[in-house]
Design a protein around this ligand. Structure first.
Ligand code: BMA
Length: 318
């Protein structure tokens, strides 16, 4: 493969990063990271942030901004908190929300990690206003995480991407459902590579899949285990619109790697972990919202067109 180093950087970090941190919060917290993202009907960007308290448990708190970059209005109290009485799977908190607008239901689907004695599982809730939420409970039992819904039914069925933990590596899977409650027809979408690759052994979905003219664009994370700890980096892959279990192209190099001070230092160093992406009104510009070092929130700007072009050069058909 011919490398063109100047074309490897697909995302530009916003100069105001980190855009949200614990000191911005209206109540005492340890850290804020891994936000889900969506654009509301009035154009406001909403981040549903994972907030960790000083017990080490997480809940979600919404932050809203007109331009998705600054002047964030943060809810005065937790927006969506664990409910361990009725949902024991949330006993140790809820983490890493991923938001998808479901036009058919005129509601947002929020898929998140629920954490308790059984390990991390995947739970689902819906909301129309990010004030009240309807819980569906656990939709993928432990150990499983890194899940998000597709915005539309695929061949008549809802579809969800998730990441079960496997003895032979942790790969990205897809499942189908008639009603968002009963899930089946499980298929592996993307396998972790092996050996010396940046995405060997353990990968997971980052933000929900993005609809493009050429297929579903997936931004995923690869975890490299090193003697100095784990490195969380991002890669991209493209999947067939009608059959999203079919990967069309997969990038070989990573596209974003921990580099700045706020990504390299924090509660968990060397982590870039996006759970949210928004597409700007031009239909091309992406705001990728990520947790940096499990401590704060940052945004990287990208272009769908550039990523698709890049995949034709640096991607391989699978
Ligand atoms: C993953 C998830 C993320 C976290 C990352 C790095 O397994 O638990 O919530 O940001 O590890 O610690």
């Amino acid at each position: 493969m011919m490398m063109q180093p100047n074309r490897l950087d697909l995302f530009a970090r916003h100069p105001a990063n980190p855009i949200l941190q614990a000191s911005d919060w209206p109540y005492p917290i340890n850290s804020v990271f891994n936000p889900g993202a969506t654009v509301l009907a009035d154009g406001t960007t909403l981040l549903l942030c994972r907030v960790e308290d000083r017990r080490g448990h997480s809940h979600f708190c919404a932050a809203r901004s007109a331009n998705g970059l600054d002047h964030w209005q943060i809810d005065a109290h937790p927006t969506f908190a664990p409910d361990p009485q009725q949902y024991p799977e949330e006993r140790w908190g809820i983490e890493d929300p991923r938001i998808t607008y479901l036009e058919e239901l005129a509601a947002y689907g929020v898929v998140y990690t629920s954490y308790a004695t059984g390990g991390p599982g995947v739970s689902l809730a819906t909301t129309t206003d990010f004030k009240t939420f309807t819980r569906y409970g656990v939709v993928m039992q432990p150990e499983n995480k890194d899940a998000a819904l597709f915005p539309v039914r695929i061949n008549g069925l809802w579809a969800m991407i998730h990441r079960p933990i496997g003895a032979q590596g942790s790969h990205i899977w897809m499942s189908l459902s008639p009603d968002l409650r009963h899930w089946g027809q499980h298929q592996c979408m993307l396998e972790a590579r092996k050996g010396g690759w940046w995405d060997a052994n353990k990968i997971g979905l980052s933000p929900p899949p993005i609809a493009t003219e050429e297929g579903w664009l997936m931004i995923y994370h690869g975890v490299r285990m090193t003697p100095g700890g784990c490195l969380y980096r991002l890669g991209v892959a493209l999947f067939d619109t009608e059959h999203p279990e079919r990967c069309l192209r997969r990038g070989e190099p990573w596209v974003l790697s921990p580099h700045t001070e706020y990504e390299r230092h924090g509660d968990v160093p060397n982590v870039i972990f996006p759970c949210g992406v928004t597409v700007l009104p031009d239909g091309d510009t992406l705001h990728v919202y990520y947790g940096a070092a499990d401590s704060c929130v940052a945004v990287a700007i990208g272009s769908i067109r550039q990523i698709l072009d890049w995949l034709t050069i640096y991607g391989v058909a699978t």
